[in-house]
Design a binder for this molecule. Structure first.
Ligand SMILES: NC(=O)c1ccc[n+]([C@@H]2O[C@H](COP(=O)([O-])OP(=O)(O)OC[C@H]3O[C@@H](n4cnc5c(N)ncnc54)[C@H](OP(=O)(O)O)[C@@H]3O)[C@@H](O)[C@H]2O)c1
Length: 247
C-alpha cells in the first residue's frame, strides 16, 4: 500500500510547515502550497527534499484547480487535506478598508472552500479534512472583528461539511490555535508597540503564560489526520494553553 498523501495549504511557514515536517516524519507523502517566492524558497531549502513545494495563491480559484491537478499527478489521491493558508490583519473598525476586508475573506475563507471543492474528487474514502480556524473566533478581542469573521466562516462550514461528506467516511474537523509563535505576527501590520503589548498580554492572559509552538498545533493536526481520530468529525479542537477557560 502506498504511503498516505497529505496536502497542506500555507505549508511554507509556521503551523503548516511544522505540520509538513511532522507528517513527513510519520511517513506521509506531503505537498505544501504558498504564494510568496521568498517563503517558497526557504521552504524548499528547509523541508525534506521529497516534500513537494508548490506555488499557488489561496485567493485564486484557477490556482486551486492547478493544486488539484498537481496532487492528482503526484499522488493520485489524497488522505489528508489541511486547509491552513491564512493571514491576520488586526485593526479597529474605523481603520478597515474594503480591500483589507476582501483580502481577509478571499484568503481565509474563499480560498479554503474552493481548494476543498477542487480536491474533493481526489479525497480517499476515510480521508481527513482539517481547517485552521483560531480561538479568536469565539472570544472578544478588540481589533479582531474582520479577521475573526473570516475564520469564523470556516468554523460555520465544519458541521455541514462533516454531515455532507460522512457518506464517503470523510471526516471534517477544525483546529483552533491560540497565540502561536510564528512569522504571522511580523506580517500582520501591527506596529512594534502593539506587538509588544500583545506579547505581554499573552504572559498574563493565557493560563500557560506563554505562546504555543507551531509543533504543538501540528501534533493535534496529525492526530485528527490519523486513524486514532477515526470517529471524530464535525469538531473544533483548541490549542491555546487554556486561553478563555478562566472564570
Ligand atoms: N499563529 C497564530 O497565533 C494563529 C492563531 C490563530 C489562527 N492562526 C491561523 O493559522 C494559519 C497558519 O498561520 P501561521 O501562524 O502558521 O502563519 P504563517 O507562518 O504566516 O503561515 C501562513 C501560511 O499561509 C500562507 N499564505 C498566506 N497567504 C496566502 C495566499 N494568498 N496564498 C497562499 N498561501 C498563503 C503563507 O504562505 P506565504 O508566505 O507564501 O504567503 C504561509 O505558508 C493561518 O490561517 C492563521 O490565520 C494562527
Amino acid at each position: 500500500m502506498p504511503a498516505p498523501a497529505a496536502l497542506i495549504t500555507g505549508g511554507t511557514s509556521g503551523i503548516g510547515k511544522a505540520t509538513a515536517e511532522l507528517l513527513h516524519e510519520r511517513g506521509y507523502r506531503v505537498m505544501v502550497t504558498g504564494q510568496n517566492p521568498e517563503t517558497l524558497e526557504i521552504a524548499r531549502k528547509e523541508l525534506p527534499g521529497d516534500v513537494v513545494v508548490f506555488q499557488a495563491d489561496a485567493r485564486s480559484v484557477p490556482d486551486a484547480e492547478r493544486v488539484a491537478d498537481e496532487v492528482r499527478t503526484r499522488f493520485g489521491s489524497l488522505d489528508t487535506l489541511f486547509l491552513n493558508a491564512g493571514i491576520t490583519r488586526p485593526a479597529p473598525v474605523e481603520a478597515v478598508d474594503e480591500a483589507t476586508f476582501d483580502e481577509l475573506f478571499n484568503i481565509n475563507a474563499k480560498g479554503q472552500f474552493f481548494t476543498l471543492q477542487k480536491t474533493l474528487p481526489l479525497l480517499a474514502e476515510g480521508a481527513s479534512v482539517i481547517f485552521t480556524v483560531g480561538i479568536g473566533v469565539t472570544r472578544g478581542l478588540a481589533g479582531n472583528s474582520v479577521t475573526a469573521a473570516s475564520r469564523g466562516a470556516l468554523l460555520a462550514m465544519v458541521p455541514s461539511l462533516a454531515v455532507e461528506l460522512a457518506p464517503r467516511r470523510i471526516r471534517v474537523n477544525a483546529v483552533s490555535p491560540g497565540a502561536i509563535e510564528t512569522p504571522i505576527w511580523a506580517k500582520s501590520g501591527m506596529p512594534p508597540e502593539m506587538l509588544e503589548q500583545f506579547a505581554e498580554s499573552v504572559a498574563t492572559r493565557v493560563p500557560f503564560g506563554r505562546f504555543g509552538t507551531a509543533r504543538e498545533v501540528a501534533e493535534v493536526v496529525a492526530f485528527l489526520a490519523s486513524d486514532a481520530a477515526g470517529y471524530v468529525t464535525g469538531q473544533d479542537i483548541a490549542v491555546g494553553g487554556g486561553s478563555g477557560i478562566g472564570a
